[in-house]
Design a protein around this ligand. Structure first.
Ligand SMILES: [Cu+2]
Length: 198
């Protein structure tokens, strides 16, 4: 009898551990990573005719002439954009950068928004002065079409509390501002909540 109950205890402990593990996993999944999508709409035939084979893949519909025309008219090619352009993250939140477009993009941290390293696009998009970070080729991370990469985690040294600017160093109007919320006095908040029960 004693042995049997011991066995039951073991089984129960194991089940509890599994339940606890899945609970923990569930809590993580609820938070998830925050996705930032880099979008464009390049038409492969016309883009590759100008920029070379492989510059644009996929099934975008904006011709190269339409792309340049829109830039000249509005200093923006709207289908080339980061989604979202603004986000607020709590400390600990992870990010995921997805290039959903047909061209290569970058998601480069900059102190201030500026131009990229393509002079022609800087000029017609109204960003004549390159952001220095975009001229530092050694540290620019290129995301080819279809690339999915882990981005910085909120609260880490790559993305500390505060406001941070990211831009594409090819298409400098593709921008995202990430604000990492200051956790502030929240570490003492549970203690304060406990006092309420006394
Ligand atoms: Cu880009």
């Amino acid at each position: 009898m004693k042995r049997k109950s011991h066995f039951r205890t073991l089984v129960w402990t194991a089940l509890s551990a599994i339940a606890l593990l899945s609970l923990t996993a569930g809590a993580g999944a609820v938070q998830g990573d925050k996705k930032i999508r880099l979008l464009d709409d390049c038409d492969p035939a016309t883009f590759n005719a100008v920029l070379g084979d492989g510059a644009c893949i996929g099934n975008g519909h904006t011709t190269f002439d339409e792309f340049i025309g829109e830039l000249e008219e509005t200093e923006d090619a709207h289908a080339w954009r980061n989604q979202p352009s603004n986000m607020h993250l709590n400390v600990g939140r992870e990010t995921l950068i997805e290039n959903r477009g047909g061209e290569t993009h970058t998601f480069t941290p900059v102190a201030e928004f500026g131009g990229g390293f393509v002079n022609e696009l800087n000029g017609i998009s109204g960003n004549p002065v390159p952001a220095p970070e975009c001229l530092n080729f050694g540290s620019i991370v290129f995301l080819p079409a279809g690339a999915v990469e882990a981005g910085p985690t909120a609260g880490s040294s790559d993305l500390p509390v505060g406001s941070h600017k990211f831009q594409c160093c090819i298409h400098p109007w593709m921008r995202t501002v990430i604000d990492v919320a200051d956790p502030g006095p929240s570490t003492s908040a549970p203690a304060a909540a406990k006092h309420d029960h006394h």
